[in-house]
Design a protein around this ligand. Structure first.
Ligand code: BJ8
Length: 425
């Protein structure tokens, strides 16, 4: 890192030795997986820089925000509305849960058969290696899957200010009412944390900021409809991952600059992969940073990932909030309208998700779909079966994978992925 941040990390209470080890592994993985790619757009330089400074400059910025009176809220789920946090003078950051850490310690607190994402969130806390987590003034958990819901009961003893948001499980009127009540309760909690009331003006501005960020990501997605795709799936995933912790306005500008370049690439027929490369849609569990295992294996096998039906992808970003309202209450309604459409597998029934996968397959002209399920993730593994059936009915090849964050199964996965890709050619 350009500057020495060790003082800052010590003050945050990080375990410097463990943190050094983590950065070392991450730096190496990033060089091997990302920097080694060919035909990368120049605009990726910004995201490379953000990654290289993710525990440095970005944390320094957040601490400066805190010093000026702003608060930091950390979250694990795309149901937590960034708009409300921003309007209450707080910055929302995603707490990445994409790598194994301190597994032995984690498995003293959680059953072994807990998904890697939940274990990772504990590992980062127990190993004291996440400066975002340590810088956060409030951490928001949510009642989504049973694993997360129960794990937060234990996490509450490990972190200072855990706030748990209840979430509906059905897309009914009662479910919608619950989401609205919970958004209002979250607004009050954020206001109490920051001492800043949410006003119609601050909420409207926050809606505009987050809409602009999502619109830039929609633009990026639509450019990936092109054949050849102007950007690799790895790079597009990285941009989606960065969206969870970068400054929203700066991120939006950088994505739009990148999209200008991609537009030019499309006119020049300049792909990240050759035009005949098989096109893959990934669907399933979120791939939080630095979980790059699956896309690295797919793209190494010669296929290009053109879209992600995932919370770190289109499930998390699609739909904007109606910004034509004037009162806080109307704006909360508009937020509920938007967020209630997120088709997480915790909902039952969840036909919308299958329809969205079918829509995405068509729009992105995907030759096949890989369903990515984390081991022990009941909601997504259960849904992978009807997803596969719906795709098969349309004659679309589907490969269902179940994995975790370890590299132990990489060889086996690669063989299955290669066989699947061959079948598409
Ligand atoms: S809206 S997908 S971000 S809950 S992988 S922890 S489901 S056992 S992450 Fe998620 Fe919000 Fe839904 Fe999206 Fe549980 Fe499955 Fe683990 Fe998961």
């Amino acid at each position: 890192m350009a500057e020495d941040y060790r003082d800052m990390w010590t003050k945050l209470g990080l375990n410097l030795e463990a943190h050094d080890a983590l950065l070392q592994i991450l730096g190496q993985a990033y060089a091997d997986i990302y920097v080694s790619q060919k035909e990368r757009p120049e605009g990726m330089a910004y995201f490379d820089f953000v990654m290289s400074e993710v525990h440095g400059l970005r944390i320094k910025e957040l601490l400066e925000e805190k010093a000026s009176g702003r608060k930091i809220i950390g979250s694990y789920c795309v149901f937590v509305p960034e708009e409300i946090a921003l309007a209450a003078n707080a910055t929302l950051v995603g707490l990445c849960s994409g790598a194994d850490f301190a597994l032995e310690e984690v498995e003293r607190l959680l059953p072994r058969n807990t998904c890697a994402l939940i274990k990772s969130s504990f590992g980062f806390k127990l190993g004291k290696v996440c400066p975002f987590l340590e810088a956060a003034d409030m951490i928001v958990g949510e009642n989504t899957c049973d694993g997360k819901k129960k794990a937060y009961e234990t996490l509450g003893h490990l972190v200072n200010n855990l706030y748990v948001m209840d979430l509906p499980q059905m897309k009914s009127q009662l479910g919608r009412n619950l989401l609205k009540a919970e958004f209002i309760r979250f607004k009050e909690a954020a206001e109490q944390l920051t001492g800043t009331p949410v006003t119609a003006e601050s909420l409207r501005q926050a809606i505009d900021t987050v809409n602009a960020k999502r619109a830039a990501l929609h633009r990026l997605s639509s450019l990936r409809h092109a054949d050849p795709s102007p950007i690799s799936g790895l790079d597009a995933l990285l941009i989606n991952q960065v969206s969870f912790y970068d400054n929203p306005a700066r991120f939006t500008e950088s994505v739009n600059t990148m999209c200008d370049e991609l537009q030019q690439r499309i006119s020049d027929q300049h792909g990240a992969f050759p035009a005949q490369a098989p096109r893959i849609l990934i669907s399933g569990c979120p791939q939080a940073v630095p979980n790059w295992k699956l896309p690295a294996l797919v793209e190494k096998s010669g296929a290009v990932i053109v879209g992600e039906e995932s919370c770190v992808g289109e499930r998390g970003t699609r739909n904007l909030v109606d910004n034509s309202n004037t009162t806080v209450d109307e704006m909360i309604e508009a937020l509920v309208d938007r967020y209630f459409q997120v088709d997480c597998a915790i909902f039952t029934p969840n036909r919308e998700r299958i329809d969205h996968i079918l829509e995405m397959q068509k729009a992105y002209k995907a030759d096949g779909v890989i369903h990515y399920g984390l081991q022990f993730c009941q909601p997504y593994l259960m849904e992978s079966i009807p997803v596969e059936k719906a795709l098969e009915e349309q004659g679309i090849p589907c490969l269902r994978l179940e994995t975790d964050y370890s590299m132990e199964d990489a060889g086996q996965l690669e063989t299955r992925i290669q066989a699947f890709i061959e079948q598409l050619q």
